[in-house]
Design a protein around this ligand. Structure first.
Ligand code: HEM
Length: 426
């Protein structure tokens, strides 16, 4: 496995170097490539990825600089290509959804994303020395850190997707998998952005010891030391700890948890371990309820979980989240997105967000002056009826009927004239 990963890493390194060269290329006008080919290619060169990203994706939309929505399928030629190919990211997301559905690996994907990003040190400016979401966790050097025990399994699951989409960076793939896992488990939509550049070699991995311990002598102080170093605050510490609503701890990995409980003996996925919640594949606020109550021996409470209801500042948020799932979802989504960006170098610098839902055309303005008194809104049923009437005549409520009024009037006059003539009233 490690050999395979190292090979993959080397390939990625080479691709990433080539990508850097081609990432400033302009796509030639008039070139057209099919979106399915773009999405599924595994052997394409970086420059082809670049062109593909500029031309493909019937449902592809990029939100750039926070406001401009570009429909690439219409524009076809973007000026520039990015660290990851947006069309391939969208396809990779579908593959991740399928993986989640078949392997029930939501928790480990969330942990993978968090551990790649959570090495960030805000006091170090230089990338990638500062750590963070840069894909360094794919290297054995970092996977071997004690805190990452077991995460090689997440990488094994994602590697075929990485192999399929050579235009997606590891750094983006890890964060995509994590955010998708949260959403697929019933959690909030995370306002993610993409375009993370990968580190290229194991020498760029952070040193061991940047991630939190579960049982330090002073849990509150330890959590603050570690998360403040990442630039996160008390609210974000508590919200992110809610990630433990998913998954299990396994003694053979972290040394924490029971080998098996009544909630984990049958899986889904590989049986065993001890979960924090009863439904450990469902993302909700039950973590806060269960940690607060602490009355089920089969549910796990780490010292760093318990302290969320002991430290006065943490407690304020933990109590709120136990009561109010909406507040938890809101704060979690925001904190997760922030975590996923820590230390990342984006290309384009502002990143880009994926949006699969094509913007709907603005609803047609409904004009029904003919029927409406103007006093009150028509019911939908009535609007439909009116529209059907218009359409039966080949028109639409939004524009005058194409009926030839002039001709109709002439016919009526002609008929009247004939009738008058026949009845002899001239
Ligand atoms: C606050 C400090 C944290 C500590 C001390 C901590 C510690 C742990 C430990 C010991 C495990 C068990 C690993 C195993 O045995 O396989 C674990 C699992 C997990 N952690 Fe954390 N964690 C922390 C924060 C977070 C955060 C911020 C997230 C996500 C936002 C997270 C998400 C998870 C998930 C989803 C699992 C389950 C993994 C699985 O089932 O394979 N943790 N964590």
């Amino acid at each position: 496995m490690s050999q395979r990963l190292s090979m993959a890493s080397l390939t990625a390194a080479a691709a990433s170097t080539a990508g850097a060269t081609t990432s400033r290329l302009l796509a030639p006008a008039g070139l057209s490539l099919s979106s399915s080919a773009a999405a599924s290619s595994s052997s394409s060169s970086s420059s082809l990825n670049c062109l593909r990203s500029a031309t493909s994706g019937a449902h592809l939309f990029l939100r750039q600089r926070g406001s401009v929505l570009m429909n690439l399928s219409k524009r076809r030629f973007s000026a520039k290509c990015y660290a990851s190919d947006p069309a391939q990211l969208l396809s990779a997301r579908e593959d991740i959804r399928e993986l989640l559905r078949t392997k029930f690996c939501h928790p480990i994907m969330v942990r993978l994303g968090w551990h790649d990003a959570g090495t960030y040190d805000k006091n170090i400016e230089e990338w990638p020395k500062r750590g963070g979401a840069n894909g360094s966790l794919r290297f054995d050097a970092e996977l071997k850190h004690g805190a990452n025990a077991g995460l090689v399994n997440a990488l094994k699951l994602l590697q075929p997707i990485k192999d399929k989409y050579s235009g997606v960076t590891y750094a983006d793939l890890f964060q995509l998998a994590s955010a998708t896992a949260i959403e697929e488990a019933g959690g909030p939509k995370i306002p993610m952005k993409y375009g993370r550049v990968d580190v290229t070699g194991p020498e760029q991995c952070p040193e061991e010891g940047r991630l939190p311990d579960a049982g330090p002598p002073s849990p509150a102080q330890h959590l603050r030391d570690v998360f403040y170093r990442m630039g996160l605050n008390d609210k974000e510490i508590v919200a992110l700890s809610g990630g433990h609503t998913l998954g299990r701890a396994r003694p053979e990995r972290s040394g924490w948890g029971k080998p098996v409980t009544k909630y984990t003996k049958d899986g889904p996925g590989t049986p065993g371990g001890q979960s924090w919640t009863v439904q450990w594949l469902k993302f909700d606020n039950s973590y806060f309820k269960d940690v607060k109550e602490r009355n089920d021996e089969d549910l796990l409470v780490l010292p760093t979980d318990a302290v969320l209801f002991e430290d006065p500042s943490f407690k304020e948020y933990a109590e709120k989240y136990a009561e109010d799932q909406e507040a938890f979802f809101r704060d979690y989504a925001e904190a997760h997105a922030k975590l996923s960006n820590l230390g990342a170098k984006f290309d384009p610098p502002e990143g880009f967000s994926l949006d699969t839902a094509p913007p709907r055309p603005a609803p047609e303005k409904f004009v029904a002056a003919k029927y409406s008194s103007g006093q009150r809104e028509l019911s939908d049923a009535m609007k439909q009826k009116i529209r059907a009437e218009y359409e039966a005549l080949g028109g639409s409520p939004d524009k005058p009927l194409p009926t030839n009024y002039f001709l109709n009037i002439m016919i009526v006059i002609a008929v009247l004239a004939v009738l008058t003539y026949l009845t002899g009233s001239y």
